[in-house]
Design a protein around this ligand. Structure first.
Ligand code: NG6
Ligand code: CA
Length: 510
């Protein structure tokens, strides 16, 4: 299926609808924000009043899952409704990776475009840009961008704040491009004469690395990857959140008269944590806590912009995170030493990168005044994989054949009309080990990875033999019931095997 065929097909089923049938949809995805990092999820050493307000005006989920415990695969699944493990090229992407989602693939943005929505991707991207692998030309318009996968507008960081290029991309071009400082990027070798964190630690004036992050230096911070040039286009880390929220507010204001879908991804609370100076000293948790405060402020600004434009009642807001939390993720930002008794992972074991629960059990809040009842909690098992099918159900359109093959309509659960568990949630850890959550059970397939990633001090949940946990009785995943409940383990192992089958061999084609 080529892109023009897809576009034609989508256009042919587009039909104008009344405002009630076309609510705006804002999906806010934070980065590495843990289940226990928000005060509405029990945090006591950090306060997130704006997120708490969103939760008290909406529905807060306690059993929601991202599809992976790292960013790229998690976001791939969220946007495509297809499990990341169906493709081998969904691991954490470099900043010069080509677009992982290809133009012939239907995304959640395409679903909204079927109904004439304005669509935007703002903030952290991390799904590759440009058509080529590792050789993008950052000095002109990129030859492939989110515009080719359903987003009318984008204002993005190519990958993560710790990866070059350290510039924003808007509509395929570098924002504030500086012709006097052409941009070169490489993930294999440095550019002659350019300092690096490894060779010139004296230039790491703002934040020193604890592991990795010792290649190019931008804004006094070591990065992953080599970059030359950029000049006035280079971001200042302290201003990233403001740039992202300003772009979000501009998009809301510009599109207030028509339905819109905004995929809004904050850089907070990913490393390097260097929030704006106005947050300095505001959290006992140090820079990581300040980044949480900054995230909360961004949420507040978006909510306020919706309100100021009269859009609160007609906007469905979803707030979640791409994966679980980490303290020391490569910089000496004191996140671990100042953490004290704060529990970013909530009651769950592990964290970012893990197969254990904290890797993918994420905050998930849905607000839609007048439709979603306010101030309630849902313990239903839900998964971000369903965004695509739920979006289609929400705006009463169909999912094109072959699109979002793993996405199922669970809209009634997301809107709190029932508390039905999804049959299962499949999740992928950093080394691609799969887990399955189903009812009270959690199964982790055997894997040969190390039990702990020592640099980040996180237990992975990798074990050479299968693991089965009863999350109802043992939320901390401490007692492996694999030997005592073989039938349960077998049922879950076969489900994972089925999910791994090529689409043509899947037993229940839609
Ligand atoms: C790791 C990085 C980590 C972070 C992560 C991706 C090192 C030593 N660690 O490889 O800092 O960037 O990748 O995070 O380089 S994610 O949330 O975008 O998946
Ligand atoms: Ca992340």
């Amino acid at each position: 299926m080529n892109r023009s065929f897809v576009a034609g097909m989508l256009a042919s089923i587009a039909a104008p609808l009344s405002a009630q049938q076309t609510p705006n949809v804002v999906v806010i995805v934070s980065d590495d924000l843990g289940y226990g990092d928000l005060s509405c999820y029990g945090a006591t050493r950090v306060s997130t009043p704006n997120v708490d307000q969103l939760a008290s005006a909406g529905l807060r989920f306690t059993n929601a899952h991202a599809c992976a415990s790292t960013s790229t695969p998690s976001r791939y699944s969220l946007l495509t409704g297809e499990y990341c493990f169906r493709r081998h090229d969904t691991n954490i992407a470099t900043g010069d990776a080509g677009m992982i989602i290809r133009p012939n693939q239907i995304t959640v943005a395409d679903i909204f475009k079927q109904k004439g929505y304005a669509t935007a991707a703002i903030g952290k991207w991390h799904l590759g840009l440009g058509d080529k692998q590792g050789t993008q030309d950052w000095n002109g318009k990129l030859d492939m961008s989110p515009a080719d996968i359903g987003f009318d507008y984008h204002y993005l960081m190519a990958a993560t704040a710790d990866r070059v290029p350290c510039v924003f991309i808007e509509d395929g071009s570098v924002v504030n491009y500086d012709p006097a400082a052409p941009i070169s990027v490489s993930y294999t070798s440095n550019f002659a004469g350019e300092p690096t964190g490894a060779a010139n630690p004296e230039l790491l004036t703002k934040l020193k690395s604890s592991h990795g992050h010792n290649q190019s230096i931008v804004n006094g911070i070591g990065r992953i990857g080599y970059m030359k040039g950029g000049g006035r286009a280079l971001w200042r880390d302290e201003d990233i959140a403001d740039s992202i929220s300003a772009a979000a507010i501009r998009f809301i204001e510009k599109n207030k008269e028509q339905p819109f879908f905004m995929y809004l991804c904050t850089n907070d609370v990913h490393v390097p944590r260097m929030p704006n100076e106005r947050f300095r000293g505001k959290s006992p948790l140090g820079l990581r806590g300040e980044a949480i405060l900054q995230f909360d402020e961004t949420v507040g600004k978006v909510i306020e912009a919706l309100e100021a434009n009269g859009l609160t009642g007609n906007t469905l807001v979803i707030l979640t995170s791409d994966n679980g939390p980490v303290l020391d993720d490569g910089y000496q930002d004191e996140a671990a030493t100042l953490n004290g008794d704060h529990t970013p992972w909530g009651n769950w074991r592990g964290g970012k990168y893990s197969a254990f629960e904290a890797g993918t059990r994420v905050p998930f809040i849905v607000r839609w005044p007048g439709t979603v009842r306010s101030g309630d909690t849902s313990n239903a098992l839900v998964s971000q994989i369903d965004l695509l099918a739920d979006a289609a159900a929400l705006i009463n359109t169909t999912v094109p054949l072959g699109a979002g093959i793993d996405s199922r309509n669970s809209l009634d659960t997301w809107l709190g009309r029932n508390t039905d568990d999804r049959d299962f949630a499949a999740t992928m850890a950093a080394n691609r080990t799969l887990s399955l959550q189903s009812g009270q059970w959690k199964y982790i397939e055997p894997s040969n990875g190390a039990a702990k990633i020592t640099t980040v001090n996180i237990e992975t949940g990798y074990l050479a033999t299968p693991q089965l946990y009863d999350l109802a009785a043992d939320p901390g995943e401490t007692t492996n019931l694999y030997s005592s409940r073989p039938a349960e383990a077998e049922r879950m192992a076969s489900k994972l095997a089925e999910l791994r089958l090529p689409v043509s061999q899947m037993p229940t084609p839609r």
